[in-house]
Ligand binder design. Structure first.
Ligand SMILES: Cc1cc2nc3c(=O)[nH]c(=O)nc-3n(C[C@H](O)[C@H](O)[C@H](O)COP(=O)(O)OP(=O)(O)OC[C@H]3O[C@@H](n4cnc5c(N)ncnc54)[C@H](O)[C@@H]3O)c2cc1C
Length: 373
């Protein structure tokens, strides 16, 4: 039976796994390379399956209280005319919303405080220098000069995972999708208590996600060269210019984008590790195994679901290879659908075709995510 686990990476997936394992009574060490455990200030969109996974971890009420609950998403023109509405599904039960906008710092606070309260042994500013395994255990050497022995090591160190390189070699690298995403926090107009995406912007889209009673964020997706360096002091001007065609509410939000130092720009990357995501006693989860572009707003939910499923499985007294195979059966197709579907949405934005149906694919995704884990 698995009694002691090391998690490498203290982000959304690593912390969710720590919570799930501690609730299952498993001794859990977590190392995080950053010595200051901070996340950037913009927000994250999550849907019913994220809230359901938070409920499994016992923290759904905290997450809903810290976020902005809403129900479904609207597709609009750049001038505010609604073209489609996708209702959400209350996957966590009737007492919970179908969708939630959250600031990343708020989510990080809930996850890190809960993981610590439950007794996760967290070390910041530490990573691994070596991982050696045999049939019965894994020995890990750390940058602080210590070593540890574990039944299982979970690589939750994100899109540019060093655990992945160490265990699977360098052949699996994330690829640029052809688009970048721009984000900026703005004041939320009281009447805009829902999320909307504006279609009709060449090569991408823009939209708004509520984050709290006071704020929300504007997002803009545009095609770019992956290695493009925008002048740091012109980010706000470029962001606004690219949304010049918008009118009405979207334009009023756009005009709040004035401080380049508060613009967050990220090129979009994707990666799907082939089955299995484990070698021996080392398992990859979250972005390290499946990095999606953010078109569905599902990356965080998939990382949290990984943790929930692993926590459930490791409570069973069965051989580890069998449990890890079961983990793959429950996780691979779901994550594959998210990675591939998100890429399809981006492709339709960059190269429109008559059969493109973003609302239809989004609806299909919500239906699939509503299936039990
Ligand atoms: C632009 C953008 C927008 C997004 N928007 C959304 C959204 O709206 N909704 C959504 O659900 N998802 C969204 N995502 C995806 C989401 O952020 C990720 O899927 C999620 O953070 C994955 O969690 P993770 O724990 O696997 O990785 P991360 O959250 O990246 O955490 C990895 C952690 O590992 C640490 N680490 C890295 N290397 C090491 C090492 N060698 N040793 C120790 N620690 C290490 C890092 O410091 C970090 O704390 C978005 C992603 C991007 C890029």
């Amino acid at each position: 039976m698995v009694k002691k686990v090391l998690i490498i990476g203290g982000g959304i997936g690593g912390l969710s796994t720590a919570i799930a394992l501690r609730r299952a009574g498993i001794a859990t060490d977590l190392i995080e390379i950053k010595s200051e455990w901070k996340v950037y200030h913009v927000g994250i969109i999550v849907q019913g399956n994220f809230i359901r996974a938070m409920a499994a971890l016992g923290i759904a009420d905290k997450a809903v209280a810290k976020g902005f609950p809403y129900f479904g998403v609207k597709f609009q023109t750049l001038h505010g005319h609604t073209v489609a509405e996708i209702p959400g599904i209350p996957m966590a039960g009737p007492n919970y919303p179908t969708d939630l906008g959250m600031g990343r710092p708020a989510l990080h606070q809930i996850l890190s405080e809960t993981a610590l309260e439950l007794g996760t042994n967290v070390r910041l500013g530490v990573t691994f220098t070596d991982i050696q395994q045999n049939e019965n255990s894994v020995t890990v050497a750390f940058t602080d000069g210590t070593t540890g022995e574990y039944d299982l090591v979970v690589g939750a160190d994100g899109v540019h995972s060093k655990v992945r390189s160490r265990i699977f070699g360098d052949e699996h690298q994330p690829r640029f999708s052809g688009q970048g995403v721009w984000r900026y926090n703005v004041k939320r107009p009281a009447e805009v208590d829902y999320a909307f995406l504006c279609v009709g912007l060449e090569g991408g889209k823009c939209g708004f996600i509520p984050l709290s009673h006071e704020t929300g964020y504007v997002m803009l997706v545009q095609p770019d060269a992956g290695d493009l360096q925008f002048p740091a002091d012109q980010l706000a001007d470029i962001f606004r210019e690219r949304m010049a065609a918008a009118t009405g509410v979207m334009a009023a939000m756009r005009d709040q984008i004035t401080d380049s130092s508060l613009v967050i720009y990220r090129p979009m990357e994707h990666l799907l590790m082939p089955v299995p995501w484990h070698r021996g006693r080392v398992l990859l989860i979250g972005d390290a195994a499946h990095t999606t572009t953010p078109h569905f707003g599902q990356g965080a939910a998939q990382a949290v679901e990984d943790g929930v499923v692993l926590g459930e499985l490791l409570q069973r007294d069965a051989p580890l290879p069998q449990l890890l195979d079961e983990f793959m059966q429950r996780r691979f197709e779901r994550c594959k659908f998210i990675v591939e579907g998100s890429l399809q949405l981006g492709e339709w934005e960059m190269n429109p075709v008559p059969e493109a149906d973003a609302p239809g694919l989004t609806k299909k995704m919500i239906g699939m995510m509503a299936q039990p884990l």
